[in-house]
Design a protein around this ligand. Structure first.
Ligand code: ZN
Length: 415
């Protein structure tokens, strides 16, 4: 296991036991954990606030929940697994007949040993999620239900880590953080976002990099409501999700399909596993809504719903692999290098070939890269254009451009 993989997996293991939701103490505890790794600004949006076409829901408080037989034997206890309780369950404290109870139980007949993940944020309900095998064993006429929760006038919380850049424009990286004990969806992406932010914080940056940790859907909508000028600022963006499973990386294109980010990710992934945009999935639904139309795609490994562990207790820290997470981080670092360094340059000596030997620039192994950069740096071609036309790696073209800039043979051209 690499050191990067071990660090990423440790973040997942630390965050896994917390009962997150779209509001509340678990969400705040998660943001506090992130804030201990990278500088994070928290925003609290009060319950009832109008946010675009939505409203911030009441804050969910959960102290405990237990389903038991009338003689006191536990059937399921929230203390054993956060998935046991239907998210946003309202409080209940009474004896319930088995028929009534059955309408409030959620299980997976096809996966009888797993606990499903279920929510009821906007329709008042209560319920328990349990292995189908446990449910099948319920034979009593009545059971004791005790759900110690509250729906209060509180707030919704999101966190932002903004790393300022030298030039105008932002890169927005977003990861949802509202799922309780689920590892791939989405603790792996949160862990990778933390490490990517640390890596970027230690480097010179052309753009401001903004990392947004918000509850899915309603958190992204709350952020967009407060950032109506996002289309003017955001030059590139990615939604990160499901980045820890063993499948190869997958990219879902932005709504625009031809944004620079779409090209960068396709280049890094070698053109493999590129999916077209669809108005489903994660918060790309909000960021790519037509009023905002941000240049944001979604980077993942296995897409949501395509792996059997998805939204079940099998999506646990054993399912996410340190090597896969380290690979996701490496892919993101390569994308970040393209975002930061792909730009047009201008050859300051465009009449004839400048004499490279006199400037100490003549070396057989990078001669082709130097010549291509000099020839195509007319202000119209970016370094990635040049790399693709020359059939050379972006890293070689970028290194050649750096050497030519030091030799004052290149100057930045307006993008
Ligand atoms: Zn999910």
């Amino acid at each position: 296991m690499t050191e990067a993989g071990a660090t990423l997996h440790r973040h997942v293991a630390e965050l896994y036991p917390i009962c997150r939701s779209i509001t509340g103490a678990g969400l705040r505890a998660t943001l506090r954990y992130i804030g201990a790794q990278i500088p994070l600004t928290l925003t609290e949006v009060p319950s009832g606030t109008r946010i675009l076409d939505w409203e911030v829901p009441p804050e969910w408080v959960v102290r405990g929940a237990r389903l038991a037989t009338l003689d006191g034997r536990t059937v399921v206890d929230f203390a054993d697994h956060t998935l046991h309780l239907l998210q946003y369950s309202e409080p209940v404290d009474r004896v319930v007949m088995r028929d009534e109870l059955d309408a409030h139980l959620f299980s997976l007949p096809e996966q009888p040993t797993l606990i499903p993940y279920r929510t009821s944020y906007y329709a008042r309900n209560w319920g328990f999620c349990l292995p189908h095998a446990t449910r099948r064993a319920l034979r009593d006429d009545a059971y004791r239900v005790r759900i110690d929760t509250a729906l209060i006038d509180g707030s919704l919380t999101y966190g932002e880590c903004a790393l300022p850049g030298e030039e105008p424009g932002e890169v927005l990286i977003s990861a949802h953080c509202c799922h309780p004990s689920l590892a791939n969806d989405n603790l792996a992406a949160i862990a990778i976002a933390i490490d990517l932010a640390q890596w970027l914080a230690a480097r010179r940056r052309r753009f401001t990099w903004r990392f947004l940790f918000a509850p899915g859907t309603v958190g992204a909508i709350a952020w967009l409501a407060a950032n109506r000028d996002a289309p003017q600022r955001v030059r590139h963006g990615l939604v990160l999700t499901c980045l820890g499973d063993p499948a190869a990386p997958t990219y879902k294109q932005s709504r625009r399909r031809d944004a620079a980010i779409d090209r960068y990710v396709a280049y890094v992934l070698g053109g493999a596993r590129i999916l077209p945009f669809a108005p489903t999935g994660y918060d790309e639904r909000q960021f790519c809504s037509p009023g905002f139309d941000l240049p944001m795609g979604c980077l993942m490994r296995s897409p949501a719903g395509t792996f059997p562990e998805y939204h079940t207790s099998a999506d646990n820290p054993d399912f996410v692999r340190p090597e896969a997470m380290a690979d996701s981080l490496r892919v993101l670092q390569e994308i970040a290098i393209l975002i930061e360094h792909d730009r047009p340059w201008r050859n300051t000596a465009p009449y004839g070939e400048p004499q490279l030997g006199r400037r100490g620039l003549y070396a057989e192994q990078d001669r082709m890269a130097l010549l291509w950069v000099l020839n195509l740096s007319d202000g119209r071609h970016t370094l990635l254009d040049i790399a693709e036309r020359a059939g050379l790696p972006f890293a070689s073209i970028r290194a050649a451009a750096q050497r030519l800039e030091h030799a004052r043979l290149l100057e930045p051209a307006a993008a």
